[in-house]
Design a protein around this ligand. Structure first.
Ligand SMILES: *[C@@H]1O[C@H](CO)[C@@H](O)[C@H](O)[C@H]1NC(C)=O
Length: 482
């Protein structure tokens, strides 16, 4: 009897303790991360060396004249796609996006088998759990019946065992209460969670089937390049290319022209998109060489065959550096959460040095609605902890090339390894636009590969444990506005 009571009590405690889970079954942490606190001993945090300020003078643009749009001409007179019907990847070695190189497609095909086994396993677990929760339920109901029977017998025996009876009654009341209220509601709750998970699994299975269907046929989109091209997107805009789409740009005569997505509508347009996240289709946990030369998909075609939708990509540090050294450049971060809110952060100056300086970045002049993510650190942190999250003046780091400000030379202390992408990590970040893509927004330490906030994070907007749905970075030459 005592054991049974104890068991009931334990189960009760366990069930109550897990009461705060959401429909995925985990609690959400709210503590700020981003930094790597000094844990005592002789270790010190070294303030970053003062970096050279960003380029703020020079530049050839006057304020923008009235633009005569090319409109019809732009869309009709187009150069045929040199690579036989497909967009090139940002890095040309990667080949044509469609029909041969769709990165999403290949990676989905590659991952499908894994996902499928995992789903089969989860499904089995869910069924198992469901069966055992049913079993617990009937066990508990049965128990209650036995107790009633026992009670009856005890009553029949009259006052022979009065003390024992009152003891038992007490216990019975306790057990009955547990059985009648706590267990059923806990089990019902558990069953709801299971049902939700089962529905989700079903959806995933359908989605996988649909994906496989889609990937069976080669895609047939082509991406014609507009006739108008220029040094960068502002140049193109001033020449009349005022629709947002993929263009060819050539910032300087010594570089080969390359494709880029130009945003011609946001804040008067003229923006070179250098980074974009929107659906998790491209892996950003890449090597130094990939970040140097760029990766991902510049654009994808809409129904009319124009590449008016940007893909997920990183333009490449060499190109970004070269663009930002031509003159004063402003940079715009635009981001959105999973409920449709959108904010931005703009910096009036942004410069990235060349590879021999490990792409040292300097930035100035914040304005915007999303909070500063580069200059002043995470506002949830204070003192030294906050200083550790400043990005201004940092060099670029990838998991295979550590230039961060966290104990150089210690391979277990590398921001990029823990935080999922290449970035201008300090020790480590207030913003992590190249982090891992988490579907849905909130994520936890347990979900993160290294227990750190490795999502697409902008701490001063959503904190460490919310991964944004969309994130993009765009450059435009700074010019006086009228
Ligand atoms: C830095 O952060 C750690 C935990 O992350 C905390 O224990 C410590 O008190 C913080 N230091 C300051 C100066 O806020």
């Amino acid at each position: 009897m005592k054991c049974l009571l104890l068991l009931c009590f334990c189960v009760h405690v366990v069930f109550s303790a897990t009461f705060e889970y959401d429909d995925y079954g985990y609690k959400k942490p709210f503590d700020p991360r981003g930094h790597r606190p000094v844990v005592g001993g002789t270790e010190r945090y070294n303030m970053p060396v003062i970096a050279p300020p960003p380029v703020s003078r020079g530049g050839s643009y006057q304020s923008r004249p009235t633009i005569a749009p090319l409109r019809g001409a732009l869309l009709k007179a187009k150069v045929e796609q040199p690579d036989a019907g497909g967009c090139l990847h940002a890095s040309e070695q990667m080949g044509v996006l469609c029909p041969t190189g769709c990165e999403l497609k290949t990676s989905i095909l590659k991952q499908e088998r894994n996902v499928k086994t995992v789903i089969v396993e989860i499904k089995r677990d869910v069924n198992e759990l469901s069966r055992s929760s049913n079993a617990v339920n009937s066990f508990v109901t049965g128990l209650s019946g036995h107790l009633r029977e026992r009670q009856r017998l005890v009553d029949d025996n009259g006052n022979v065992v009065t003390t024992y009876t009152s003891d038992l009654e007490e216990q019975h009341v306790f057990i009955k209460e547990t059985v009648d209220t706590t267990f059923p509601s806990n089990i019902r709750h558990l069953q709801q969670v299971l049902e939700t998970i089962r529905n989700k699994i079903q959806k995933i299975e359908v989605a996988i089937l649909a994906q496989r269907d889609k990937c069976n046929k080669p895609c047939t989109v082509s991406c014609p390049i507009p006739v108008v091209s220029g040094k960068e997107c502002e140049d193109i805009y001033r020449k009349g290319g005022i629709t947002s789409q993929m263009y060819l740009i050539q910032p300087d005569g010594f570089f080969k022209p390359y494709k880029v997505y130009c945003d011609m509508t946001t804040l008067n347009g003229g923006w070179v998109m250098i980074q974009n996240r929107q659906d998790g289709s491209v892996d950003f946990g890449r090597r130094w060489d990939d970040y140097r030369s760029g990766f991902g998909n510049i654009a994808s075609a809409n129904e009319k065959g124009f590449c008016q939708k940007p893909g997920e990509y990183w333009l490449g540090n060499d190109r970004i550096s070269q663009l930002t050294k031509m003159g004063p450049m402003e940079i715009l971060f635009e981001m959105g959460d999973w409920s449709g809110s959108r904010v931005h952060a703009k910096y009036s100056q942004f410069t990235v040095q060349g590879e021999n300086s490990n792409y040292l970045m300097s930035v100035a002049g914040y304005s915007g609605t999303g909070g500063d993510g580069l200059l002043s650190g995470a506002k949830e942190l204070s003192g030294e902890n906050r200083t550790m999250t400043i990005h201004n003046g940092m060099m670029f780091s990838t998991y295979d090339r550590d230039n961060d400000n966290w104990l150089a030379g210690d391979p277990s202390k590398q921001c990029s390894r823990e935080d999922g992408g290449g970035w201008w990590y300090n020790r480590c970040h207030a913003s992590n636009p190249n982090g891992r893509y988490y579907w849905g927004g909130p994520y936890t330490r347990q979900m993160a590969k290294h227990g750190t906030d490795d999502g697409i994070v902008w701490m001063n907007w959503k904190g460490s444990w919310y991964s944004l749905k969309t994130m993009s970075m765009k450059l435009r030459p700074f010019f006086p506005s009228r």
